[in-house]
Design a protein around this ligand. Structure first.
Ligand code: UTP
Length: 295
């Protein structure tokens, strides 16, 4: 079984839920405490042993590519003033992964964004991590993506991450009908993108982390636009699930959709509270502001 060495991070969406902020700033570049969302996503991929990271960027999203590039003037100044540690997180990325950028010329949907990576993905299996979602694992040194890679290593089949959602939220997600297996993970029977709660029995939603057999690319090549005129990844996953086994793993950690205003605020608060330097003071402030505003 080949190990997962490639990951694709779609980051070419229009970010309409976060306008006006995202008119000129890509949503994946919005800051969580002191780093853009996309850095957390890239770090999760590296933690899972991924070596080649394919960023799918769109028009006006050059800030994402620039972020992972070197910046000679700044780095020279930091070296002269003994502050190179300020770029430690970026150096860790550079030392451990190749960042490859591909342009999605038009935001034709997540399925289309994944297909744009085909020339670099070749015949290999690969992970997909949505560029505007972050996950905080409850297990130390084991990210959600690494948990999916472990299941792929055992089964050789596509594995997706799922989480339970409330009935009122079903229409916001890709929903998976699953059945129990003797293992810790489920078998996926079918998938549907953003259904009405009455259309499905299941309350299991896709979380934005996947490991795919290369076969998904052949399915995507034949895909046509459906919901919102976009090529939906979920449609092709559903076809794949009918052809070969597909597994789903329930995620116990925390996941934030930082491309959504409320999700973004929650992610910032949680990461700030967990931050060694800022956490204690920030916690005091939150208590104080809560008491003040509640009155
Ligand atoms: P979303 O549906 O959350 O992104 O896609 P969006 O289209 O930007 O969302 P709105 O406009 O706020 O509703 C999930 C991820 O897939 C990427 C997005 O950038 C995001 O990281 N994506 C989506 C693409 O790369 N290409 C697309 O055509 C659509």
């Amino acid at each position: 079984m080949s190990k997962i060495k490639k990951a694709l991070i779609p980051a070419a969406g229009l970010g309409t839920r976060f306008l006006p902020a995202t008119k000129t700033v890509p949503k994946e570049m919005l800051t969580l405490v002191d780093a853009p969302i996309i850095l957390y996503v890239v770090e999760e991929a590296i933690q899972a042993g991924i070596e080649d990271i394919i960023l799918i960027a769109g028009r006006g999203k050059y800030a994402i590519e620039d972020f992972f590039d070197s910046s000679y003037e700044l780095e020279d100044k930091l070296a002269r003033t003994g502050q190179t540690h300020l770029l430690d997180r970026l150096n860790h990325v550079r030392d451990n992964a190749n960042i490859i950028s591909i342009r999605q010329k038009q935001a034709l949907g997540l399925g289309h964004a994944v297909l744009c990576g085909a020339p670099v993905l070749g015949n290999d299996p690969f992970a997909v991590l949505l560029g505007d979602e972050i996950t905080l694992s409850d297990k130390k040194n084991s990210s959600l993506t690494s948990q999916l890679c472990e299941i792929y290593a055992k089964t050789g089949n596509t594995v997706v991450s799922i989480m339970p959602v409330e009935e009122r939220d079903v229409s916001k997600y890709g929903i998976a009908e699953v059945e129990k297996t003797a293992e810790k993970y489920f078998r996926v029977k079918s998938l549907v993108e953003k259904p009405q709660p009455t259309e499905v029995q299941s309350r299991w939603a896709l979380t934005g982390r996947y490991v795919f057999e290369n076969e998904i690319l052949s399915v995507l090549k034949e895909a046509r636009p459906t919901l919102n005129g976009e090529i939906q990844l979920t449609d092709s996953m559903n076809l794949l699930a009918q052809r070969s086994a597909m597994w789903a793993s329930s995620f116990n950690g925390v996941r934030h959709d930082a491309g959504d205003k409320l999700g973004y605020l929650k992610a910032n608060v949680e990461l700030a509270l967990k931050n060694d330097e800022l956490g204690p003071e920030f916690k005091k402030y939150l208590r104080e502001v809560y008491t003040r505003i509640k009155e």
